[in-house]
Design a protein. Structure first.
Length: 345
């Protein structure tokens, strides 16, 4: 076995994965035709072309508008997990979906949540890969809309929904605006995370101070992305000391910015930050969880043993309960041991 095969076959978790951004291009075209939704193009080769971050957000929301009924949601979740299991031996995922992306088409929250949950259950039964759901606030729509979303989540509680998140353009909704909503989610027993300090926005638009707010005022226990943290050494030191998980993604930026992203990840590694390798929107950025591990290992000069340790450490950042974490850790450890023997022989 060569090193790349070893990296791709490592058992993995992905804690930063958007369901609407994980649609197979062919599935999106099919769903658009089914529901008579116009797309920019129906050519799968060009369906996910975009100019910048804000254009990308439009593409994701257009994709979401094509997912309408229970069966659609189940199919999208199932295919997302199946693709990741095949491409990179994914074993566990915590997946985002934005309820407000589906509401304009008249889709009730219950339909989307229960549809996604059905796809997750079927993927676990067929493939042995486990998934959980994170309804995500679109920060561009304001705290009143976020509170309405949370009310729907709490009214229709299902076991697969384990927390809330927040995404969208950070400049349009700084985290402090959502403190009350997040505190209400915490009181209801939901875990909390948020996209914070993305490097597709400037330090003025997404400053390191937002990480402090996300941790302290919102009560989050991990950060999605977080790259702009490097603008404030004091915040870096705090997060390194507290072992705050950052769900980082190797490919989720326009191609001309990839080398900058990889340089940032190397700096975060040297600073001692806890990084969890994730994918974000895999087909939209022409990546997958296996490719993410191969890329990170190359760019961070990881040995196979270090990459394996990263896969195990990712379990510490999950929202699994202690019993499930121990079970996953045992399964990961056993599989890694067998892969290590194959690599060395």
């Amino acid at each position: 076995m060569d090193t790349e095969t070893f990296l791709r076959r490592l058992p993995k978790g992905d804690l930063h994965l958007h369901l609407a951004g994980a649609l197979r291009p062919a599935t999106l075209v099919e769903l658009a035709r089914k529901h008579d939704v116009p797309l920019r193009t129906t050519d799968p080769q060009h369906l996910y072309n975009f100019a910048d971050f804000y254009d990308f957000l439009d593409v994701v929301r257009a994709a979401a508008s094509c997912i309408r009924d229970h069966g659609d949601f189940a199919r999208v979740a199932y295919e997302c997990l199946a693709d990741a299991a095949q491409a990179g031996n994914l074993k566990y995922a915590e997946m985002f979906f934005n309820p407000t992306d589906y509401l304009p088409a008249g889709v009730p929250y219950r339909t989307m949540a229960e549809g996604y949950a059905e796809g997750i259950r079927q993927a676990e039964a067929d493939l042995g890969v486990t998934g959980r759901l994170i309804p995500s606030i679109n920060r561009e729509l304001g705290p009143d809309t976020a509170r309405q979303m949370l009310d729907a989540v709490l009214e229709h509680r299902i076991e697969q929904v384990i927390g809330i998140g927040m995404d969208g353009a950070e400049r349009s909704g700084p985290p402090e605006q959502y403190a009350e909503v997040y505190q209400a989610a915490g009181r209801a027993g939901l875990r909390r995370t948020a996209h914070t300090c993305e490097d597709n926005q400037t330090l003025a638009e997404a400053p390191p101070a937002n990480i402090t707010t996300t941790l302290d005022a919102l009560g989050c226990d991990r950060i999605d992305h977080g790259y702009n943290i490097l603008g404030d050494p004091a915040v870096v030191r705090r997060c390194a000391e507290e072992d705050t998980p950052f769900t980082v993604c190797s490919h989720t930026c326009v191609p001309q910015r990839l080398t900058t992203r990889w340089k940032t990840l190397r700096t975060m590694q040297r600073a001692g930050l806890f990084m969890v390798v994730c994918t974000d929107d895999p087909p939209m950025y022409r990546t997958d969880i296996g490719t993410a591990y191969v890329t990170i290992a190359r760019e961070l000069a990881q040995t196979p043993a270090e990459a394996a340790q990263s896969a195990l450490a990712a379990l510490d950042a999950t929202w699994l309960d202690d019993t499930d974490k121990r079970a996953q850790r045992k399964a990961f450890t056993d599989e890694i041991a067998a892969l290590t023997i194959a690599l060395e022989n």
